[in-house]
Design a protein around this ligand. Structure first.
Ligand SMILES: Cc1cc2nc3c(=O)[nH]c(=O)nc-3n(C[C@H](O)[C@H](O)[C@H](O)COP(=O)(O)O)c2cc1C
Length: 201
Protein backbone atom coordinates (compact mmCIF):
# COMPACT_ATOMS: atom_id res chain seq x y z
CA UNK A 1 0.00 0.00 0.00
CA UNK A 2 1.28 3.49 -0.86
CA UNK A 3 2.11 5.97 1.92
CA UNK A 4 -0.90 8.10 0.91
CA UNK A 5 -3.26 5.13 1.21
CA UNK A 6 -1.77 4.14 4.59
CA UNK A 7 -2.23 7.69 5.84
CA UNK A 8 -5.84 7.87 4.65
CA UNK A 9 -6.61 4.42 6.02
CA UNK A 10 -5.36 5.44 9.47
CA UNK A 11 -7.47 8.62 9.32
CA UNK A 12 -10.57 6.70 8.18
CA UNK A 13 -10.22 3.92 10.69
CA UNK A 14 -9.60 6.19 13.65
CA UNK A 15 -12.87 6.23 15.55
CA UNK A 16 -14.14 6.88 19.05
CA UNK A 17 -13.96 3.52 20.79
CA UNK A 18 -15.71 3.48 24.16
CA UNK A 19 -15.68 -0.26 24.88
CA UNK A 20 -12.03 -1.03 25.61
CA UNK A 21 -10.24 -3.77 27.47
CA UNK A 22 -7.06 -3.53 29.53
CA UNK A 23 -5.23 -5.58 26.89
CA UNK A 24 -3.03 -4.27 24.13
CA UNK A 25 -2.12 -5.83 20.77
CA UNK A 26 1.04 -3.67 20.83
CA UNK A 27 4.00 -3.62 23.22
CA UNK A 28 4.22 -0.68 25.64
CA UNK A 29 7.53 0.35 24.04
CA UNK A 30 5.84 0.55 20.62
CA UNK A 31 3.02 2.67 22.02
CA UNK A 32 5.45 5.03 23.73
CA UNK A 33 7.53 5.35 20.55
CA UNK A 34 4.42 6.09 18.49
CA UNK A 35 3.27 8.80 20.90
CA UNK A 36 6.73 10.39 21.03
CA UNK A 37 6.94 10.51 17.22
CA UNK A 38 3.38 11.81 16.80
CA UNK A 39 3.94 14.62 19.31
CA UNK A 40 7.38 15.40 17.87
CA UNK A 41 6.26 15.68 14.25
CA UNK A 42 2.90 17.41 14.80
CA UNK A 43 3.22 21.06 13.74
CA UNK A 44 2.84 24.10 16.00
CA UNK A 45 2.65 27.85 15.35
CA UNK A 46 6.15 29.35 15.06
CA UNK A 47 7.36 25.84 15.93
CA UNK A 48 6.32 26.63 19.50
CA UNK A 49 6.25 22.94 20.56
CA UNK A 50 4.17 23.69 23.65
CA UNK A 51 2.20 20.42 23.52
CA UNK A 52 2.98 17.93 26.28
CA UNK A 53 1.75 14.34 26.57
CA UNK A 54 1.78 12.19 29.68
CA UNK A 55 1.37 8.48 28.96
CA UNK A 56 -0.14 6.49 31.80
CA UNK A 57 -0.23 2.72 32.25
CA UNK A 58 -1.21 0.45 35.13
CA UNK A 59 -1.80 2.09 38.52
CA UNK A 60 -1.24 5.59 37.17
CA UNK A 61 -3.82 5.11 34.43
CA UNK A 62 -6.27 3.90 37.08
CA UNK A 63 -5.38 6.84 39.32
CA UNK A 64 -6.38 9.46 36.78
CA UNK A 65 -9.85 7.94 36.41
CA UNK A 66 -10.14 7.67 40.19
CA UNK A 67 -9.47 11.42 40.33
CA UNK A 68 -12.14 12.03 37.68
CA UNK A 69 -14.59 9.87 39.63
CA UNK A 70 -13.92 11.58 42.98
CA UNK A 71 -14.05 15.06 41.42
CA UNK A 72 -17.39 14.45 39.74
CA UNK A 73 -18.83 12.62 42.72
CA UNK A 74 -18.31 15.79 44.75
CA UNK A 75 -20.34 17.76 42.17
CA UNK A 76 -23.03 15.46 40.78
CA UNK A 77 -26.05 14.67 43.02
CA UNK A 78 -25.74 11.13 44.43
CA UNK A 79 -29.03 9.94 42.83
CA UNK A 80 -27.80 11.03 39.37
CA UNK A 81 -24.25 9.73 39.64
CA UNK A 82 -24.72 6.13 38.39
CA UNK A 83 -24.46 6.86 34.61
CA UNK A 84 -21.40 9.06 35.21
CA UNK A 85 -19.77 6.37 37.33
CA UNK A 86 -20.47 3.81 34.62
CA UNK A 87 -18.92 6.00 31.95
CA UNK A 88 -15.81 6.64 34.03
CA UNK A 89 -15.53 2.91 34.77
CA UNK A 90 -15.43 2.25 31.00
CA UNK A 91 -12.41 4.57 30.64
CA UNK A 92 -10.75 3.06 33.68
CA UNK A 93 -11.20 -0.42 32.12
CA UNK A 94 -8.89 0.59 29.24
CA UNK A 95 -5.19 -0.28 28.92
CA UNK A 96 -3.78 3.23 29.31
CA UNK A 97 -4.46 6.94 29.01
CA UNK A 98 -2.67 9.79 27.27
CA UNK A 99 -3.08 13.18 28.91
CA UNK A 100 -2.57 16.10 26.54
CA UNK A 101 -1.36 19.41 27.98
CA UNK A 102 -0.17 22.79 26.78
CA UNK A 103 2.77 24.41 28.50
CA UNK A 104 1.94 28.11 28.75
CA UNK A 105 5.59 29.05 29.34
CA UNK A 106 6.23 28.21 25.68
CA UNK A 107 3.24 30.30 24.60
CA UNK A 108 4.19 33.26 26.81
CA UNK A 109 7.75 33.27 25.46
CA UNK A 110 6.39 33.63 21.94
CA UNK A 111 3.88 36.29 23.02
CA UNK A 112 6.78 38.26 24.45
CA UNK A 113 8.89 37.76 21.34
CA UNK A 114 6.14 38.51 18.81
CA UNK A 115 3.71 40.96 20.49
CA UNK A 116 1.92 41.53 17.19
CA UNK A 117 0.45 38.00 17.42
CA UNK A 118 -0.07 38.04 21.20
CA UNK A 119 -3.80 37.29 20.96
CA UNK A 120 -3.31 34.48 18.46
CA UNK A 121 -0.78 32.35 20.33
CA UNK A 122 -3.26 30.80 22.81
CA UNK A 123 -5.62 29.92 19.92
CA UNK A 124 -2.77 28.42 17.95
CA UNK A 125 -1.65 26.49 21.02
CA UNK A 126 -5.05 24.76 21.22
CA UNK A 127 -4.98 24.10 17.48
CA UNK A 128 -1.50 22.61 17.69
CA UNK A 129 -2.59 20.44 20.61
CA UNK A 130 -5.49 19.12 18.54
CA UNK A 131 -3.09 18.24 15.72
CA UNK A 132 -0.98 16.18 18.09
CA UNK A 133 -4.14 14.56 19.48
CA UNK A 134 -5.22 13.50 15.99
CA UNK A 135 -1.76 12.19 15.17
CA UNK A 136 -1.68 10.09 18.36
CA UNK A 137 -5.29 8.93 17.98
CA UNK A 138 -4.74 7.81 14.36
CA UNK A 139 -1.36 6.32 15.24
CA UNK A 140 -2.87 4.24 18.04
CA UNK A 141 -5.36 2.94 15.46
CA UNK A 142 -2.47 1.65 13.33
CA UNK A 143 -1.26 -0.33 16.35
CA UNK A 144 -4.69 -1.97 16.68
CA UNK A 145 -5.66 0.19 19.65
CA UNK A 146 -8.99 1.96 20.03
CA UNK A 147 -9.22 5.29 21.85
CA UNK A 148 -11.62 8.11 22.66
CA UNK A 149 -11.18 11.76 23.49
CA UNK A 150 -12.42 13.00 26.87
CA UNK A 151 -12.53 16.43 28.52
CA UNK A 152 -12.77 16.38 32.29
CA UNK A 153 -10.46 19.40 32.38
CA UNK A 154 -10.32 21.93 33.92
CA UNK A 155 -12.07 20.28 36.90
CA UNK A 156 -9.29 17.74 37.40
CA UNK A 157 -6.20 19.76 36.38
CA UNK A 158 -5.04 20.69 39.86
CA UNK A 159 -5.44 17.20 41.34
CA UNK A 160 -3.75 15.52 38.35
CA UNK A 161 -0.82 17.97 38.37
CA UNK A 162 -0.36 17.36 42.10
CA UNK A 163 -0.60 13.56 41.75
CA UNK A 164 2.01 13.35 38.98
CA UNK A 165 4.20 16.28 40.03
CA UNK A 166 3.59 18.31 36.86
CA UNK A 167 4.33 22.03 36.49
CA UNK A 168 1.68 24.64 37.29
CA UNK A 169 2.26 26.14 33.81
CA UNK A 170 0.73 23.05 32.16
CA UNK A 171 -2.95 23.26 31.25
CA UNK A 172 -4.75 19.99 30.72
CA UNK A 173 -6.41 19.92 27.29
CA UNK A 174 -7.69 16.37 26.78
CA UNK A 175 -7.65 12.82 28.10
CA UNK A 176 -7.38 9.87 25.71
CA UNK A 177 -8.10 6.42 27.19
CA UNK A 178 -6.94 3.62 24.87
CA UNK A 179 -7.00 -0.17 24.76
CA UNK A 180 -8.06 -3.17 22.74
CA UNK A 181 -11.55 -2.53 21.35
CA UNK A 182 -14.18 -4.97 22.59
CA UNK A 183 -17.02 -3.57 20.46
CA UNK A 184 -17.26 -1.94 17.06
CA UNK A 185 -17.64 1.85 17.13
CA UNK A 186 -21.11 3.36 16.72
CA UNK A 187 -22.24 3.97 13.13
CA UNK A 188 -21.21 7.39 11.89
CA UNK A 189 -22.93 9.59 9.33
CA UNK A 190 -21.22 12.06 7.04
CA UNK A 191 -22.65 15.26 5.61
CA UNK A 192 -22.10 15.65 1.84
CA UNK A 193 -18.44 16.35 1.24
CA UNK A 194 -19.30 18.76 -1.61
CA UNK A 195 -20.85 21.08 1.00
CA UNK A 196 -17.67 21.00 3.04
CA UNK A 197 -14.96 21.05 0.41
CA UNK A 198 -15.31 23.52 -2.43
CA UNK A 199 -13.02 23.09 -5.40
CA UNK A 200 -12.61 26.29 -7.38
CA UNK A 201 -10.80 26.60 -10.66
C1 LIG B 1 -12.51 18.80 19.73
C2 LIG B 1 -13.21 17.51 20.04
C3 LIG B 1 -13.74 17.32 21.30
C4 LIG B 1 -14.34 16.10 21.64
N1 LIG B 1 -14.78 15.88 22.92
C5 LIG B 1 -15.29 14.68 23.26
C6 LIG B 1 -15.64 14.41 24.61
O1 LIG B 1 -15.46 15.24 25.51
N2 LIG B 1 -16.14 13.17 24.89
C7 LIG B 1 -16.31 12.22 23.93
O2 LIG B 1 -16.77 11.12 24.24
N3 LIG B 1 -15.96 12.46 22.65
C8 LIG B 1 -15.44 13.66 22.29
N4 LIG B 1 -15.06 13.89 21.01
C9 LIG B 1 -15.22 12.83 19.99
C10 LIG B 1 -16.34 13.15 18.99
O3 LIG B 1 -17.60 13.07 19.60
C11 LIG B 1 -16.20 12.16 17.83
O4 LIG B 1 -14.90 12.27 17.30
C12 LIG B 1 -17.22 12.41 16.73
O5 LIG B 1 -18.53 12.15 17.18
C13 LIG B 1 -16.96 11.54 15.52
O6 LIG B 1 -16.90 10.17 15.86
P1 LIG B 1 -15.60 9.30 15.62
O7 LIG B 1 -14.52 9.80 16.56
O8 LIG B 1 -15.98 7.89 15.93
O9 LIG B 1 -15.13 9.47 14.21
C14 LIG B 1 -14.45 15.08 20.65
C15 LIG B 1 -13.90 15.30 19.38
C16 LIG B 1 -13.29 16.48 19.08
C17 LIG B 1 -12.67 16.66 17.72
Amino acid sequence: MSDTLCFLQALKERRSYYALSDKSPAEQAEIIQLIKEAVKYAPSAFNCQGTRAVVLFGERHLKVWQIVCETLQARVPADKFAPTAQKIASFSAAYGTVLFWEDWTAVEELQHKFPLYKENFPIWAYQANAMAELAVWSGLETLGLGASLQHYNPLIDEAVRREFGLPASWELIAQMPFGQPTQAPLPKSFSPIEERVKVLG
